[in-house]
Design a binder for this molecule. Structure first.
Ligand code: PHE
Length: 467
């Protein structure tokens, strides 16, 4: 397929909003605040920012440039540059395939919670944890289990919505959706920020987030911030290469990358300034980020303690909904672009088939949360542990696929293909400025591979997931 036939973003801002939409996701809003709290508030923010600048931005710029250079899907891109390395593209495309199923299920849970806060807010807020367990098919009071129909059906609705936007196309689907969703998301965030920071008692949380408590920082904090930055910036999963391939040759991708990373980090920080103060003011500091179901279970207690709690709960899940959907469409696009270009499927056929296959894995993810016991062996340096299927899926993507793709990419760009190709692409042959190229080159050749290698070893040595 030649360049002219390929889809392109309709505008510069379209590319930025769509890519920011991919980056801004569940990770920013519900994972980041808990991690920032555990990592010493302000101290974590400083570390995270440094990682985004030194490692995240060079990786993002590399992926976007590679995509625009090749004008192809991720596998096609690696293949066209050096067929010996198309395997990097294959793992890169397999990663979103492994993520799509569970990410869209969680999107479905979020959607269901929007309705719960409209139809039965008192039930959710009275017993946040019990309600969440019950939603996932487990009755905490009796210990009985049931099939989590509601979660699975909402998961289906979310998956269909994602596929629908993808079928509409790059410009009329992805770009159009993000141009509406991203500004809306920002407005909701700001409104929530004002409300949460003005709750009585919130100032303690706010000052916690603005003070650097370095005593809480250790090697684990660094690793978790690194993993978080990767997941959050959508690095290492074929998405940025694909989205980059739709960028016009006259766009300044250097500036675009900084804007996208800035938006993503800004939203994560805002979420931290919303959730930490709100939890401090209502449930008490020690509840921040507690447990896997924090966003569903603990936050119900926060809304219960706030005046007009059901309205704030509704707004919060609406916010999560936009964040999850804009990320989920990027995950699907990362696979659809490949299937359409290399296997010549139509967009509609590709989107439907991939959605259907991944949905099956997604259902497994939801049912193994609490209602069905199904385990797979997971091996790391701490030994072999039988792990519930849902956790196993996250281990596979977060501990192996994402860091491995990212590592392979920076070794490929830094040591095999050569960073001068990235320079040519970013400057469009010397036209656009790329004044920090000498720094970029060192970061991509040395710092990035070392840091990513460290994440892989650390997570296997300690048996913890770092994203
Ligand atoms: N970056 C998204 C987040 O922070 C996650 C994501 C994962 C996006 C996979 C795309 C693909 O939640």
């Amino acid at each position: 397929m030649n360049t002219k036939e390929r889809a392109q973003w309709g505008s510069k801002i379209g590319f930025i909003l769509a890519t920011a939409g991919s980056a801004i996701g569940l990770g920013n809003i519900w994972k980041f605040p808990g991690k920032a709290y555990a990592g010493g508030g302000g101290a974590y923010l400083v570390i995270y920012l440094a990682i985004v600048i030194l490692i995240g931005i060079p990786m993002m710029l590399s992926e976007i440039s590679l995509g625009r250079h090749a004008q192809k899907n991720t596998i096609g891109a690696f293949h066209s540059i050096n067929p010996k390395y198309s395997w990097i593209g294959w793992i890169a495309v397999f990663t979103p395939f492994a993520i799509l199923g569970y990410y869209s299920q969680v999107g479905g849970w979020v959607t269901s919670y929007i309705f719960s806060y409209i139809t039965e807010p008192d039930a959710v807020m009275a017993d946040g944890l019990g309600y969440f367990y019950n939603f996932l098919g487990y009755d905490a009071a009796t210990g009985a289990t049931h099939f989590p129909w509601k979660a699975i059906l909402f998961g289906a609705a979310f998956a269909i919505l994602t596929a629908y936007i993808i079928i509409k196309g790059v410009k009329d689907g992805i770009e159009k959706f993000n141009k509406i969703a991203m500004p809306l998301l920002l407005v909701i965030l700001v409104v929530m920020l004002i409300r949460c920071c003005s709750l009585p008692g919130a100032s303690d949380g706010l000052s916690y987030m603005l003070t650097c408590d370095w005593s809480k920082v250790d090697s684990g904090t660094l690793m978790s911030a690194l993993g978080q930055a990767f997941f959050s910036l959508s690095v290492g999963m074929s998405i940025l290469v694909t989205y980059g391939s739709y960028v016009g040759k006259d766009d300044n991708i250097n500036r675009g990358t900084f804007m996208i990373a800035g938006l993503d980090t800004g939203v994560a920080f805002l979420a931290g300034f919303i959730i930490v103060p709100a939890v401090f003011a209502t449930l008490g500091a020690e509840e921040v980020g507690k447990g896997g179901g924090f966003a569903f279970a603990s936050l119900a207690g926060v809304f219960k303690a706030m005046p007009l709690g059901s309205v704030w709960g509704f707004m919060f899940y609406l916010l999560l909904f936009f964040a999850a959907l804009s990320s989920c469409i990027s995950v699907l696009e990362g696979i659809v672009s490949f299937v359409c270009e290399e296997w010549k499927f139509t967009r509609t056929k590709a989107a439907i088939i991939i959605t259907a296959i991944c949905y099956v894995f997604g259902v497994l993810y939801t049912i193994t949360q609490a209602s069905v016991s199904m385990q797979l062996p997971w091996a790391d340096f701490t030994g072999i542990t039988m792990t519930p299927v849902c956790d196993w899926m996250e281990c596979l993507t977060d501990r192996i696929l994402i860091p491995l793709t990212a590592l392979a990419e920076c070794i490929f760009i830094g040591w095999i293909w050569g960073t001068h190709h990235i320079k040519d692409e970013v400057t469009t042959g010397g036209v656009t400025k790329f004044s920090w190229y000498p720094v970029y080159r060192i970061l991509i050749k040395f710092l990035c591979p070392i840091a990513i290698g460290a994440i892989i070893i650390y997570s296997f040595a300690t048996g913890t997931t770092v994203s």
